[in-house]
Design a protein around this ligand. Structure first.
Ligand SMILES: *Cc1c(COP(=O)(O)O)cnc(C)c1O
Length: 405
């Protein structure tokens, strides 16, 4: 199965050597029926757990009724989904897309058109400020604003109009703003960069600076949103309500690609019929699953579980004392362990964990990401803690041995 995938598939990923065949809750099984605990949850797309029964039921029922109609017609599902999303995020309007990258593109288009029609920036002069270390997806314009060499190399030329500033530095934002700045696009916690938490009050300061300068604050909460960091939105940790908000990943309940760009009325109203669209965006099936995914977060206490068990997990990890661990950081069930590359790569840690039945994935060679489904229990976290300890103990012993030899 691995051979076939490698033979017929593009090699744009480097998966761990395990072939998964089914999943339930926090667990997945391989073709030999070996069970693994999933500490990755598809980069937070599976926050509800694998094949959540209520979501599967919603998917099944709606798929038999009506699934895809395009946006050429109204449906009995889309309105309720968007209404709920707007209420929960304190935004006025939402535009449905499918993947995260598409919703980010939507945000960029909205910001630019808002800049020309409302802020009256001269044609084609709008600038959007983004942060070093950002991850917003993989389209040409999005990798064009990335600071990551590999994401860009070989894919130019890129659209102009983006400016990079250091992450976590609100003074840098203030300095970078010009009369042509349309928006500041930022992740409340940088995920792909290695679970990077900005200084306290960073987002609040950015909000104030953006307001003062009539610049839109757009938060990419595709990974940090929907309970991942212990609040519904990571913005809520600092009481920030951005002008634009991007959601994805867990919005599809781990079953479908569902994303949203949400914004204040003034921003969203720049779109008129024909300006933007998506054949599958907001289809009845995606809407039904998206609405259920939002409701389940609250009805099944997934957000408070993320907060409580995230704190517990982080506290326990901070007690680990191994020379291989450079740092442990995170918020809610969004945790990174930074490995000292002197000892081994984060991938090696992931391979050792795989052997012990724990699935996770390195980010940026040095960080092991721990972002399990939010349905995880304390007992399951204790089990993972034990296995992590085992890996680091083994690692420690072999390192010592190597030192002696
Ligand atoms: C995953 C991610 C994206 C891109 O989402 P896709 O669905 O893979 O296109 C954008 N921004 C952030 C913060 C993400 O984590």
């Amino acid at each position: 199965m691995i051979e076939t995938e490698l033979k017929f598939g593009a090699h744009n990923y480097k998966p761990l050597p395990v072939v998964l065949t089914r999943g339930q809750g926090v667990y997945v099984w391989d073709e030999n029926n070996t069970r693994y605990i999933d500490m990755m949850s598809a980069y937070s797309a599976v926050s509800h757990g694998h094949c959540h029964p209520r979501l599967v039921k919603t998917l099944e029922e709606q798929s038999k009724k009506l699934a895809v109609i395009s946006r050429a017609f109204y449906s009995d599902q889309l309105g309720a989904f968007l209404k709920k999303a707007c209420e929960l995020t304190k935004q006025d309007k939402a535009l449905p897309m499918n993947s995260g990258a598409e919703a980010v593109e939507t945000a960029l288009k909205a910001a630019r058109k808002w800049a020309y029609t409302i802020k009256k920036i001269p044609a084609d002069q709008a600038e959007i400020i983004v942060c070093i270390g950002n991850f917003h997806g993989r389209t040409i314009s999005i990798v064009g604003m990335s600071s990551e060499k590999q994401y860009r190399e070989g894919f130019g030329p890129f659209p102009p109009g983006f400016k990079l500033i250091p992450y976590g530095d609100s003074d840098a934002l203030e300095k970078a703003i010009t009369k042509n700045t349309a928006a500041f696009l930022v992740e409340p916690i940088q995920g792909e960069a290695g679970i990077i938490l900005p200084p306290k009050d960073y987002l609040k300061k950015c909000e104030t600076i953006c307001k003062k300068n009539n610049v839109l604050l757009i938060c990419d909460e595709i990974q940090t949103g929907l309970g991942r960091t212990g609040k519904f939105l990571a913005c809520e940790h600092e009481n920030v309500t951005p002008d634009g908000l991007i959601l994805g990943k867990a919005l599809g309940g781990g079953l479908l690609p569902v994303s949203l760009f949400l914004a204040r009325k003034e921003v969203m109203d720049v779109f008129t019929p024909g300006d933007h669209g998506s054949t599958f965006g907001g289809n009845p099936l995606a809407s039904a699953v998206g609405l259920a995914a939002l409701n389940i977060l609250f009805e099944e206490n997934l957000i408070s579980n993320s907060e409580k068990l995230g704190n517990y997990f982080l506290e326990k990890l901070k007690l680990f004392s191994f020379p291989q661990i450079k740092a442990v950081r995170g918020k809610g069930l969004f945790i990174g362990i930074e490995i000292d590359p002197k000892f081994y790569s984060a991938r090696e840690v992931c391979l050792r964990l795989l052997k012990l039945g724990v699935l996770t994935k390195e980010t940026h060679q040095t960080v092991v990401r721990l972002a399990p489904p939010l349905v995880i229990t304390k007992e399951q976290i204790d089990d993972v803690l034990e296995k992590l300890e085992q890996v680091f103990k083994e690692g420690h012993a072999s390192v010592l041995l190597a030192g002696i030899q």
